[in-house]
Ligand binder design. Sequence first.
Ligand code: HEC
Ligand code: HEC
Ligand code: HEC
Ligand code: HEC
Ligand code: HEC
Length: 238
Amino acid sequence: MNNNIIKYLTLIVALFLFSANAQAATNACLVCHKTLPQDKVECVTDCWLRSLHKQNDVTCDACHGGNADIAISNVKQLSPEAFAKDKALAMSPAKGFIGIPKGKMMFDVCGKCHNDSVNRYKNSIMGIAYIDNKGGPSCVDCHSAHYVIIPDVPKTCEKCHKDTTGFDQIDPMNVNDATVTELSRIRIKLAEEKVKGKEPPLFPKELGSFQIGFVAFGAIIVLFIIAYIIYILIEKRG
Ligand code: HEC
Ligand code: HEC
Ligand code: HEC
Ligand code: HEC
Ligand code: HEC
């Protein structure tokens, strides 16, 4: 075989591999959703792009399913038909697209990678209230779906709880009967400390023993000076 032909063949294979690789690196869900105005309002792609999940390659399809490997570009120039076709190919139930994970399905989705966290939460008072549809928070009510933050306690809890005293001292992922007992103990202790803090102290707190000694010493000096002046006055008269 001619040497040149081998060179060209290698080049073509290399180019093919390169383009296939470039395609695998682009996620069709992201490419299309980046252009959707409603996803800006809900902060879907923008939040995901800033998330720890993005850094760890946990892409849209890891949670929603579907086919992220279809070739798609220039979304804004697509005809409505082509757009609809790409959308149907990617968000295809036949390819495992589940839409928005709800109820127990959310535990299954997150549990693929965070099994320990799901087990910690699912039998807790709030986990049960979530599964039973009684207002308990879902994983993403606390963590957000796309930015996945570690939530601010107690700010996040205030959405549903009026009294959040002591919430920063318990495990929010595993609130059970023992936690409730522990929480009332913490609250009694905090209430006692508050009452103690209100009793008027003998001396203002800012005055340490050193300051008290200093003031007493000053008073004695002043008394001496006054006594000396009186003495002088008496001497002058006499
Ligand atoms: C060609 C554009 C396009 C592609 C590709 C695409 N989507 Fe969508 N997606 C949309 C549009 C538009 C909506 C708006 C709601 C609707 O029309 O259903 C949407 C809605 C959604 C929703 C909202 C809930 C629902 O079920 O409707 C989810 C979740 C979603 N897409 C995930 C994905 C995932 C995951 C992928 C990749 C596997 C993907 N999308 C690929 C255009 C696209
Ligand atoms: C860690 C899992 C996870 C990943 C990764 C993820 N999502 Fe979601 N997504 C969810 C969950 C859970 C909800 C439901 C939010 C809720 O109940 O408040 C959701 C909701 C949505 C919705 C509905 C709008 C909304 O905010 O309620 C769209 C659209 C969507 N996701 C698209 C995407 C796209 C596009 C990507 C990739 C850029 C993506 N998701 C990545 C879990 C995920
Ligand atoms: C495909 C695997 C995968 C799925 C599915 C997934 N995650 Fe993650 N998640 C990760 C990885 C990897 C990290 C980063 C490393 C780590 O902290 O464990 C992460 C990090 C996190 C963090 C941040 C932890 C920290 O220390 O800051 C939270 C919170 C989180 N995920 C919640 C969720 C929730 C809620 C769901 C379901 C809606 C979910 N994840 C689904 C893989 C996944
Ligand atoms: C009531 C709010 C709340 C709910 C609901 C919740 N979390 Fe958390 N989660 C937190 C807080 C606060 C932390 C950080 C403190 C800690 O680790 O205890 C955390 C920590 C995490 C972490 C970091 C690793 C770890 O275990 O510390 C992951 C991952 C996580 N949660 C995933 C989940 C998943 C998955 C669900 C649903 C099954 C869930 N969370 C439900 C509040 C919540
Ligand atoms: C979406 C609403 C919601 C959010 C957010 C939420 N909770 Fe709850 N919480 C509930 C519900 C519902 C119950 C169950 C009430 C019952 O069954 O008595 C509950 C019960 C509790 C209990 C046991 C009973 C009680 O009220 O003392 C504790 C403790 C608790 N949550 C702590 C937290 C903490 C800590 C956070 C924030 C990290 C938080 N919750 C966020 C809804 C929520």
